[in-house]
Design a protein around this ligand. Structure first.
Ligand code: CP3
Length: 354
């Protein structure tokens, strides 16, 4: 098989899946379900294969990436797989000295604060991430009709790690650059948009069926600042991958006030956290886009009947939508009982079977 037709195989097999149909706002056999962070520490089989292997090292080993990506698909019967990697992988790949510290998150050795620091952010090329291409190809072969979602971090969220040097609650250094040196800020997020678009392009060319742009921390911004300082860079990413024709999902936490703008940036599907009910979210996003979400991940600790009651509330709020992808409002927490996730998938499938 030629490389190109091999790359297309996964997408063709997955084309009529419930997940892709919902992203395109077409009728579905049941509401599709997947979970952000469905692969990871909630699964004992994940903890086992990761033993003694650092997070970023695991992302560079295609066999391990394939195995970890498939684990939640086997266990939970979810409607989509999400590629196992991390938003900081492309930054590492262009030479930024960073690590992922367990229980902390990404930590950058030398934060990016000056114009001279920008020079360290060279463009990303497919040859920088051969392990991504290899793992996506393996995965689309194994997944058959189950779609594979690729992803990347959005410029604002990546910039926040680079500037702060690690996770932050206040984003004081990030906002200091944004408000204090808007030209430097604009150049930084523009470079990051290029890297992010290239990272998504690699995944799409290798065969992923959809992509999600994680602007996890954009909720720290007011709408006017989001529009001025962030939206142009995120729009550049969405524009750059539009010609591939795969659905583009846009997600952030605490972004209730930004939902309209996040859709406008170029998304086909807008991800919603648990703070805004989906019937209100659809009013904020407007017509022509599907929604993804939005069960509070903490509900999974509350016992079966509470999970079902809260999941039903999500389904009821979504009943008028044209396209709904069921998900949590943010990632699966490490202490979540995996059986609660399996039962949740079953519940949503049963309750929405047409
Ligand atoms: O299943 C999936 O969702 C795919 C895998 C995935 C990971 N990171 C694996 C991971 C995805 C989509 C991400 C994206 C990511 N990484 C985001 C955006 C999503 C979000 O949560 O809002 C962000 C902000 C990061 C940065 C990051 N990486 C954080 C905050 C952490 C957690 C640190 C910790 O230990 O609590 C990581 C590490 C990370 N990325 C883990 C996993 C499974 C945990 C590390 C481990 O298992 O050793």
């Amino acid at each position: 098989m030629s490389e190109r037709s091999q790359q297309q195989t996964g997408r063709i097999a997955a084309h009529d899946s419930a997940f892709l149909r919902a992203c395109r706002r077409e009728p579905v056999p049941h509401t599709p379900v997947w979970f952000m962070r469905q692969a990871g520490r909630s699964l004992p089989e994940y903890r086992k294969v990761r033993e003694g292997i650092a997070m970023l090292d695991s992302c560079m080993r295609p066999d391990l990436v394939t195995e970890i990506t498939l684990q939640p698909v086997r266990r939970h019967n979810v409607d989509a797989a999400i590629f196992f990697s991390d938003i900081v992988v492309p930054l590492k790949a262009v030479g930024i000295d960073l690590d992922i510290k367990p229980g902390v998150g990404p930590v950058v050795a030398e934060p990016v604060r000056t114009r001279a620091d920008l020079e360290r952010l060279r463009p990303l090329d497919a040859s920088d991430v051969p392990y991504v291409t290899e793992a996506v190809r393996q995965l689309t072969g194994e997944l058959g009709a189950t779609p594979l979602i690729g992803f990347a971090g959005a410029p604002f969220t990546l910039a926040s790690y680079l500037i702060e040097g690690g996770p932050s609650r206040t984003y004081e250094n990030t906002k200091a650059m944004m408000y204090g040196d808007p030209e430097l800020w604009a150049d930084l997020v523009d470079r990051l948009a290029g890297i992010t678009a290239a990272f998504l392009d690699v995944q799409i060319r290798a065969g992923v069926s959809a992509v999600q742009l994680f602007d996890s921390w954009a909720g720290a911004l007011a709408p006017a600042e989001y529009r001025n300082f962030v939206m142009p860079a995120s729009a550049k990413v969405f524009d750059a991958v539009a010609h591939h024709g795969v659905p583009r999902i846009h997600f952030g936490v605490g972004t209730g006030e930004l939902l309209g703008l996040m859709g406008e940036a170029g998304a086909d599907v807008v991800g919603v956290d648990w703070r805004v009910p989906l019937d209100e979210a659809v009013r904020r996003v407007g017509p022509g886009k599907a929604l993804q979400g939005n069960l509070d991940p903490a509900v999974l600790f509350a016992g079966r009947s509470a999970v079902e009651m809260k999941a039903q509330e999500v389904l009821d709020a979504a009943s008028g939508l044209e396209g709904h992808v069921f998900n949590l409002g943010h990632g699966v927490m490490p202490n979540t009982d995996p059986d609660a996730l399996t039962r949740l998938v079953e519940y949503v499938h049963e309750r929405t079977a047409r």
